[in-house]
Write a protein that binds this ligand. Structure first.
Ligand SMILES: [Zn+2]
Length: 85
């Protein structure tokens, strides 16, 4: 009978640990996501050059996320879009 009680306790503890690990955020998934962003290439709308997303300059212009090869192109695009309006 004693052995059964110990076994029950072990099972309880095990299920508790399982629950704890399940609620914890998985770091492996996060790593995969950042890798995907790094591999993604984006086009600069000014000079039409392709740059890796993680190295590009991101700008939100008129609610649209745009990526540039540098701040120079970003500024140029902003000037153009503001003169259109
Ligand atoms: Zn550019």
């Amino acid at each position: 009978m004693r052995n059964l009680l110990i076994l029950a306790l072990i099972i309880l503890a095990y299920s508790y640990i399982k629950k704890f690990f399940r609620s914890a955020p998985s770091f492996q998934k996060k790593e995969k996501k950042t890798e995907q962003i790094m591999d993604e290439m984006v086009q600069d709308p000014v000079c039409r050059i392709y740059v890796p997303k993680n190295e590009s300059v991101k700008k939100n212009i008129l609610g649209q996320d745009l990526f540039f090869c540098g701040s120079k192109c970003a500024e140029e695009y902003e000037k153009k879009s503001s003169s259109k309006l």
